[in-house]
Design a protein around this ligand. Structure first.
Ligand SMILES: [Mn+2]
Length: 426
């Protein structure tokens, strides 16, 4: 299914009037505060978030998985689904592939397909957290950290294979997330597994093309419940430094213990030029994989406030690889991703509204009350008219979710692919 620009502008015409009034009202308010609304609209229109190939089908838990009709059963169909998201929002112009779930059979055809939707290939994800049917070694007791050479070398080889596939597609980065760890005290020698991991990452980094980046993701627990080898940002930062200047830490919102101050982590990493990638999701308890902004929108705003500050003040930090990393069991995955994109752009726009000059002054004067007022004034602004303006500017649907329903996209996908199709890798 391909949504044409004609259909979108037709839809926009019928949804126009109320939004213009809201926009004028908001613009007047912001102009009085000295805010350049056109600049904000342009920044929001330019913001692109990668969609991971595993978020397009219904996710699941270890208890079960409830299919959603019309799921994409091939890489081509996954790109078509991201094409729908991108046509509706103009902010999902990248895909992040997972190997071996998404190995392209025909690289040229896949590249053409992506190009036809305006999609580029963002970071490639390796997978050493499960054994594949044809696997020659098992990752049961670890991959890059394994105490035996054979599974360790096998895991290194897999990462090099992922880089090779990525090179063919035009990707420029590799994300490594390790499930390695221990379920029981005494199972691992902490020092040995960490040293093994550092050595393995260095050998992958050493063979990476010179224009590639490596992102090292961390997570405190799960699937291992006693210890994880790369458990926190400090460990990731240390490993990135050990590898070299093109290795960075990747922050995934769900990979923290409850109440961790993620905005402070982001600020620290950007100051040191070491924040490379960012994964969006939301959670109540742990790595819950639920819709961005559905539980803690204020936290998301505070994190974006630091990201925006870093993007404006830390030239030592590279442009970030943004990706949604969520996949669950309940909603239509495409509607869920539309909601996630909306939440990301809302938080980003609110962060752009923060009066940094006034905030700095209040901080210098130790005026704690004003500091809080400045942040919350931005957070409590309904910025949705600016998002609509940004979408209209870039040729997207003013209201993507209602356009999606109006165009009956899911009904069409079920008709085309059937009710039993299942996304690869899930
Ligand atoms: Mn992640």
């Amino acid at each position: 299914m391909k949504i044409t620009t004609d259909r979108i502008s037709e839809f926009n015409k019928s949804n126009h009037s109320s939004y213009k009034t809201e926009l004028d009202f908001l613009k007047n308010k912001l102009v009085k505060k000295g805010i350049d609304t056109e600049e904000i609209i342009s920044k929001v229109a330019d913001f692109q978030v990668a969609i991971p190939s595993w978020a397009l089908g219904a996710g699941g838990t270890r208890f079960g998985r409830f299919s959603y009709g019309g799921e994409p059963a091939s890489l081509e169909q996954k790109l078509d689904d991201i094409g729908v998201l991108h046509a509706l929002t103009q902010s999902a112009g990248a895909v992040s592939l997972h190997i071996p779930w998404d190995i392209p059979k025909d690289v040229k055809a896949i590249k053409e397909k992506a190009q036809s939707h305006g999609i580029v290939f963002d970071a490639m994800n390796s997978n050493t957290f499960q054994d594949q049917p044809e696997a020659k070694e098992t990752y049961k007791y670890g991959s890059l950290s394994a105490v035996n050479d054979a599974p360790r070398d096998y895991a290194i080889g897999h990462n090099l294979e992922v880089i090779k596939i990525g090179e063919e597609l035009g990707s420029k980065s590799l994300t490594v997330w390790l499930a390695d760890g221990a379920n029981f005290p005494g199972q691992n020698n902490f020092q040995r597994v960490l040293q093994n991991t550092e050595n393995s990452l260095k050998s992958i980094y050493g063979k990476m093309p010179k224009d590639w980046k490596m992102f090292i993701e961390y997570k405190p627990y799960e699937p291992n419940f006693y210890s994880t080898v790369i458990q926190d940002w400090g460990t990731s930062f240390m490993l990135a430094n050990a590898c070299g200047e093109r290795a960075y830490t990747l922050v995934d919102l769900g990979h923290h213990l409850p109440n961790t101050n993620i905005e402070q982590i982001v600020a620290t990493l950007m100051l040191k030029g070491k924040l490379g990638g960012f994964h969006f999701n939301d959670s109540k308890y742990g790595d819950d994989d639920i819709t961005v902004g559905s539980i803690k929108p204020y936290s998301l705003f505070l994190i974006f406030n630091e990201l925006v500050y870093g993007m404006e003040n830390n030239p030592q930090n590279p442009d970030l690889a943004w990706m949604i990393d969520a996949s669950h069991n309940t909603k239509d995955p495409l509607e869920d991703l539309l909601q996630s994109l909306e939440a990301i752009l809302i938080a980003y726009t609110q962060a752009l509204l923060v009066d940094q000059k006034a905030l700095k002054q209040a901080q210098q004067e130790n005026d704690v009350v004003t500091c809080q007022e400045i942040l919350q004034d931005a957070y409590r602004t309904d910025v949705r008219p600016l998002l609509k303006a940004a979408r209209e500017k870039s040729g997207a649907a003013i209201n993507p979710l209602s356009a999606y329903r109006n165009l009956e996209v899911r009904k069409y996908l079920v008709k085309e692919r059937g009710t039993k199709s299942k996304a690869t890798g899930l």
